[in-house]
Design a protein around this ligand. Structure first.
Ligand code: MN
Length: 490
């Protein structure tokens, strides 16, 4: 059966969207790819610029071994071919923020070859997306047009910062798949510690190649949407661009291969430059740099330090903790989430831990606009709350109130339970007294409940109310059943 759910319906029939992505990911390293200048984000303009980054005459690039290691690490995480020999090329073009007049990149011989990434879709399915390559290259500086009414400035802090360009095959067929791909790449890079994945700060950005075709046809002409810097915008840009292309073709036009920009305010893509003006970059091997050559032992040593990656972690959460694939997927989607969950679950009821972390905890963080590392409730505190439920100190219902107070105050759950007197009443005598009181006050309801056993639920509610929700619900049910024999016979 053909799945058509991802097709666009045009006036003349169905169209399939085809996408490939190029992701630029800034390498986590203290210094730049070919210089010792620092790479910290947010530094004052032009304070992290060495003579190499400013391309003063006679300066020579020196490869940063840490960046090479990070690229190899990433290649291994993408289950990709690590090339023991790669070559740095000059990609020649003029731009005011590129003082060298060329970017040092890798063209014919990248450091990483073909790999594979499994993406997770919202319906629970997974899909493999092939990686074509990953190469190392320098970032450019940044032109500043808003500092002076008649002049532009340039900030070279980013000039020479190491980037990994990760290129996928055109394997994606919907905006959701493209978004899932970026999410997965970001998760893998964060697990590996090779890129912080901060899209708002520009340390990860995507170029999206979009084309449309009749299902089963050859690939159509593609347009490249440059530098999209959020997962939401990637979705919006694709939806808009695919519709635009369908309309052009259905109107009898043809798609021109071109580079486009996504205007996130207007929600549209606009032409930036067409193929006719496209650059001939005149790549050639950089004569200042030797080919990059390392041994298999070097690669193996890095492989030995790889952490558990999201897919493996997900499988382990399912088998070790008995979680559903969906919950495991939610928990491993970010390294910090997985770590928090495991801290809560350690030595406790893992399913309960998963429910609390994915339910109340993520819900509260979301509502407060906080991240795990700024959460007022620690994993240890949430674990302690779960223990209080487990040993019947409080009911699950009261625990939700306690959690709310924990989130507001940052206090330990035991302290809140003591101070507010929330300890669950398990004293059967006290519960029975409460039941008798409610029954004595409502003889009509007692009569109804004898006739209609369903009415007993009303008493459960009244008893819970009378005990401020502190009565142990199981005990209440058991004692009520004894008071209404027809119920006990069921
Ligand atoms: Mn690039």
């Amino acid at each position: 059966m053909t799945d058509t759910s991802n097709y666009i319906e045009g006036l003349t029939g169905s169209w399939e969207i085809v996408m490939g992505l190029e992701i630029h990911a800034q390498v986590v390293s203290n210094s730049k790819l070919f210089s010792g200048a620092p790479t910290e984000f947010g530094a004052e303009q032009n304070t992290q610029v060495s003579l190499v980054d400013a391309a003063l005459p006679g300066m020579l690039p020196v490869i940063n071994e840490k960046c090479v290691e990070q690229a190899v690490r990433t290649g291994l995480g993408l289950k990709a071919q690590v090339n023991l020999r790669s070559v740095f090329d000059r990609k020649n073009y003029f731009y005011p923020d590129l003082p060298q007049g060329y970017q040092i990149s890798q063209f014919k011989y990248p450091i990483i070859g073909e790999g594979i990434v499994e993406i997770d879709l919202s319906n629970g399915d997974t899909k493999d997306v092939r990686i074509e390559r990953l190469h190392l290259e320098q970032d450019a500086g940044k032109s500043l047009h808003d500092q002076h009414p008649s002049m532009s400035f340039v900030d070279l802090n980013r000039s020479g910062v190491a980037l990994m360009e990760i290129v996928s095959m055109p394997d994606m067929r919907s905006a959701e798949e493209a978004q899932a791909f970026v999410k997965k790449i970001r998760a893998i890079l964060r697990y590996l510690g090779t890129c912080d994945g901060n899209m708002e700060q520009g340390s990860m950005r995507a170029d999206v190649n979009v084309s449309v075709r009749r299902p089963g046809d050859e690939l159509g002409t593609r347009c490249e949407i440059k530098n999209v810097n959020s997962i939401r915008f990637i979705g919006q840009a694709i939806e808009y661009e695919a519709r635009r292309q369908v309309e052009v073709i259905e109107d009898g036009g043809t798609i021109k291969q071109e580079t486009r920009l996504f205007d996130s305010k207007a929600g549209v893509t606009r032409s930036m430059r067409s193929k006719e003006e496209a650059h001939d970059y005149r790549y050639f091997p950089d004569p200042d740099l030797l080919p990059l050559v390392f041994t298999q032992e070097y690669v193996d040593a890095i492989a030995a330090t790889l952490p558990e990656l999201p897919d493996d972690k997900k499988a382990r959460f399912v088998s070790e903790y008995g979680l559903s694939i969906y919950d495991a997927g939610v928990l491993v989607s970010e390294k910090a989430r997985a770590e928090f969950f495991e801290d809560v679950a350690k030595g406790r009821d893992a399913k309960m831990a998963s429910n609390w972390v994915t339910g109340e905890f993520f819900g509260a963080l979301n509502k407060a606009g906080l991240a795990i590392d700024t959460s007022p409730v620690s994993a240890k505190q949430l674990g302690a709350l779960i223990e209080l439920i487990k040993d019947d100190t409080i009911s699950g219902r009261i625990a939700k109130d306690v959690f709310e107070i924990m989130f507001e105050t940052g206090d330990d759950p035991a302290k809140i339970v003591e101070e507010k007197g929330l300890r669950q009443v398990t004293d059967l005598g006290a519960i029975e007294a409460a039941i008798d009181e409610v029954m004595a006050a409502n003889p009509d309801k007692v009569q109804q409940a004898i006739e209609k056993p369903k009415m007993v639920g009303w008493f459960v509610g009244q008893v819970m109310k009378a005990t401020s929700g502190k009565a142990n619900p199981q005990a209440v049910n058991k004692l009520l059943a004894a008071k209404f024999p027809p119920l006990a016979e069921d």
